[in-house]
Ligand binder design. Structure first.
Ligand code: GDP
Length: 364
């Protein structure tokens, strides 16, 4: 599955947010199979209103949403790249995630110490990103000698790698994250093999005080402006409110949100933003037994999508009976879509679209 790591300085609200996420997931466990993996790892259902519509059309007995994994990565402080705090362990945890949700303190509360002494979200962001970049600098510098030797021996691959490493080093030394390195499509694999922390896509989570949950505040606006400049995503959330929402029933939720002037829970927005950040899309399998959502990378072809369900589906792939979500719902289900000529037979080269309802045919 896809993993999103929650990082941030101490006392910014990471644990509060993570607990709200997993409590919400646990509260839904009656409806959805749910598992807690480890104390700091939780799986959450990706909310998707399309599931209810599809399940109604097909009279499915069960709904199974797709999931995203969140990992609470504590212990990042100034100096982590030099082993301060939980330093190395922290960095190893980040290496394993696909994307980073960076929680930034945007609330004032004199009872809760700020490690840097004042509320300054942009400075906090810089502190964390600097640690990631320093760790990357260190790991790349260690590679240069070895690669240079190989490159001198006319190792073509080593030459190309060295070139990529050097370009990345230039950027890091300018204080810019590795994800901004210009690279050709054919370098992408080698780049991801470098396992650089500052190459991961980042989503800023502005944790604001309860009164600003609907509107944001001056701190969160500064973060949003910065995110816009970088082409990054920022989400405004109140971790405190989310932890309250997590404990009330789904039915009471709507009223509670309305009194706060919120259209939906911040966590739902956060989960969807994470999905967007990872460039993920959803396709569905729909039948009387269940309506189920599956997650794939944008651009995945039909056999790869089938492989998410079972490797045999991919190996023996013949074709995929495919109905677009809008057609499926508008025509009242599979039979209606088929009669209207909206059921397509797609082959190996078909690039799956978000919302496709698919039925795979395969050899066993
Ligand atoms: P972490 O160190 O980043 O995991 O932060 P915690 O989630 O443990 O939060 C640190 C403290 O800040 C706790 O006492 C929380 O109750 C408090 N806190 C978290 N979010 C908010 C908030 O939005 N407003 C206020 N006033 N306190 C918060």
């Amino acid at each position: 599955g896809f993993k999103c790591g929650i990082v941030g300085l101490p006392n910014v609200g990471k644990s509060t947010l993570f607990n709200a996420l997993t409590e919400t997931a646990a509260a839904q466990a009656a409806n959805y199979p749910f598992c807690t993996i480890e104390p700091n790892v939780g799986e959450v259902a990706v909310p998707d209103p399309r599931l209810d519509k599809l399940a109604a059309a097909a009279k499915s007995a069960q709904i199974i949403p797709t999931r995203l994994t969140f990992v609470d990565i504590a212990g990042l402080v100034r100096g982590a790249s030099k082993g301060e705090g939980l330093g190395n362990q922290f960095l190893a945890n980040i290496r394993e995630v696909d994307a980073i949700a960076h929680v930034v303190r945007c609330f004032e509360d004199s009872d809760i110490t700020h490690v840097e002494g004042k509320i300054a979200p942009l400075a906090d962001i810089e502190t964390i990103e600097t640690e990631l970049m320093l760790a990357d600098l260190d790991s790349l510098e260690k590679r240069v000698d070895n690669l240079s030797k190989k490159a001198k021996g006319n190792d073509k691959e080593a030459k190309e790698q060295l070139d990529l490493v050097n370009r990345t080093l230039v950027l890091l030394r300018e204080g810019k994250p590795a994800r901004l390195v210009e690279r050709k499509a054919e370098e992408e694999r080698a780049f991801s093999m470098l396992g650089l922390l500052s190459s991961k896509p980042v989503l800023y989570v502005c944790n604001v005080e309860e009164g600003s949950a609907a509107t944001g505040n001056a701190f969160s606006r500064a973060v949003e402006e910065q995110a816009a400049k970088e082409g990054a995503i920022a989400v405004v959330i109140s971790a405190k409110i989310e932890s309250e929402i997590a404990t009330i029933s789904r039915e009471e939720r709507a009223d509670f949100l309305e009194t706060l002037g919120l259209e939906e829970a911040g966590l739902d927005r956060l989960i969807r933003a994470g999905y967007q950040l990872l460039e993920l899309i959803t396709y569905f399998t729909v039948g009387p037994k269940e309506t189920r959502a599956w997650t794939i990378h944008r651009g995945t072809k039909a056999p790869g999508a089938a492989g998410v369900i079972h490797t045999d589906f991919e190996k023996g792939f013949i074709r995929a009976e495919t109905i677009a979500y809008d057609d499926y719902v508008a025509l009242g289900g599979e039979a209606g879509a088929r009669d209207a000529g909206k059921l397509r037979l797609e082959g190996k080269e078909y690039v799956v679209a978000d919302g496709d309802v698919m039925h795979f045919r395969f050899n066993t």
